[in-house]
Design a protein around this ligand. Structure first.
Ligand code: FES
Length: 117
């Protein structure tokens, strides 16, 4: 590979979004108890329907616990490392249409920086 490239190297995917789908048994809270699967499914189908899926474009992946459970359900978009919390499928639609498609962060759905486990 040439070292004379003047542009930043691109990843295999342009953007990569990970959804925590962790499920804890019993009374302990986890993202799966707050519609995480529904959000993941919606994102996956919208990204595909919009023609955004694939190399150089967008990849939607399941993840285990991302250790920010108190704000769950959570998802994170790379390479920007933007963390979101969402409530319903309309929130997911906004993330897809605004961030994944156009690179515009959805400020109202940002996970506050101090939210941890
Ligand atoms: S259970 Fe989802 S971040 Fe921990």
């Amino acid at each position: 590979m040439s070292s004379s490239n003047t542009t930043a190297p691109q990843g295999y995917y342009g953007r990569h979004i990970f959804f925590c789908l962790n499920e804890r048994k019993g009374d302990e809270d986890s993202c799966s108890k707050h519609n995480a699967q529904e959000g993941f499914d919606r994102c996956k189908s919208r990204v595909k329907a919009e023609g955004l899926a694939g190399p150089g474009k967008v990849r939607v992946n399941k993840a285990g616990c991302l250790d920010r459970c108190a704000g769950g359900p959570v998802a994170v978009v790379y390479p920007e490392a933007v963390w979101y919390t969402f409530v319903d499928t309309s929130d997911i639609d906004e993330i897809v249409d605004s961030h994944l498609k156009n690179g515009q962060v959805v400020e109202r759905l940002l996970l506050p920086p101090n939210v941890g486990r």
